[in-house]
Design a protein around this ligand. Structure first.
Ligand SMILES: Cc1cc2nc3c(=O)[nH]c(=O)nc-3n(C[C@H](O)[C@H](O)[C@H](O)COP(=O)(O)O)c2cc1C
Length: 167
C-alpha cells in the first residue's frame, strides 16, 4: 500500500509499505523507527494509505491516526521474519545517506558471522505502526465512468457515517 505522511512543516511524502495486518483496531505496517516516515510520524502522527487493485478497478483510501504497535506485537512479527530480513533490520540505517553498497554488505557479512545459529534480537529502532482509521473510502470503477465512491467517517459517538461521493 502507499503510505503518505507529512513533516512538521506540512510537506507530504509517500512510499510503499507492506500491509502486514488489519482488523477493527486498524492497519499495521512495520518499518524502521528512525527513517523519514518515522521522523514525520513523531511530530505529526497522522497518515493516509492507498491500496489499488488494477484488475478489479478498486481503490481504498484510508486516513487516520498513527501510533506504534506494542513491543510484543513488534517482537512477534520480527521473530516470524526470515533470518536475512532480521539481519537487514539491524544492518540498515534506513533513510540515512551512505557512501555506497559496500557499507551495507560489509555490515551484513559481519552480522551473519555474529548471529550464525543464534537468535537475532529485534533492534529498538525497528517495529510496527498502526493506522487507526478516521475515514475509509471505497472506490469502484465502472465502465460508464460514473464510478462509485463510498466514504465512511468516524463520528464523535464512534459510529460510522456512510456517504456517497461524486466521482
Ligand atoms: C512493494 C514495496 C514494499 C515495501 N515495504 C516496505 C515495508 O513494509 N516497510 C518499510 O519500511 N519499507 C518498505 N518499502 C520501502 C519503502 O518504500 C521506503 O523506501 C522505505 O521505507 C524508506 O522510507 P522513508 O525514508 O520515507 O522512511 C517497500 C517498498 C516497496 C516498493
Amino acid at each position: 500500500m502507499s503510505l503518505a505522511t507529512a513533516s512538521a512543516a506540512g510537506a507530504p511524502s509517500a512510499r510503499m509499505v507492506l500491509l502486514r495486518g488489519y482488523d477493527e483496531s486498524g492497519f499495521v505496517f512495520f518499518t524502521n523507527y528512525t527513517g523519514r516516515k518515522a521522523t514525520d510520524l513523531a511530530v505529526n502522527p497522522r497518515a493516509a494509505l492507498v491500496l489499488f487493485w488494477s484488475p478489479l478497478h478498486r481503490q481504498i483510501r484510508i486516513e487516520g491516526a498513527v501510533a506504534k504497535v506494542t513491543e510484543q506485537e513488534s517482537d512477534d512479527y520480527f521473530r516470524s521474519r526470515p533470518f536475512g530480513h532480521r539481519l537487514g533490520a539491524l544492518a540498515s540505517p534506513q533513510s540515512q545517506v551512505i557512501p555506497g553498497r559496500a557499507v551495507l554488505e560489509d555490515r551484513m557479512a559481519e552480522l551473519e558471522r555474529e548471529f550464525a545459529g543464534k537468535e537475532v534480537p529485534r533492534p529498538a529502532t525497528w517495529g510496527g505502526y498502526r493506522v487507526t482509521p478516521l475515514m475509509i473510502e471505497f472506490w469502484q470503477g465502472r465502465e460508464s465512468r460514473l464510478h462509485d465512491r463510498l466514504r465512511y467517517q468516524v463520528q464523535a459517538n464512534g459510529s460510522w457515517l456512510l456517504e456517497r461521493l461524486a466521482p
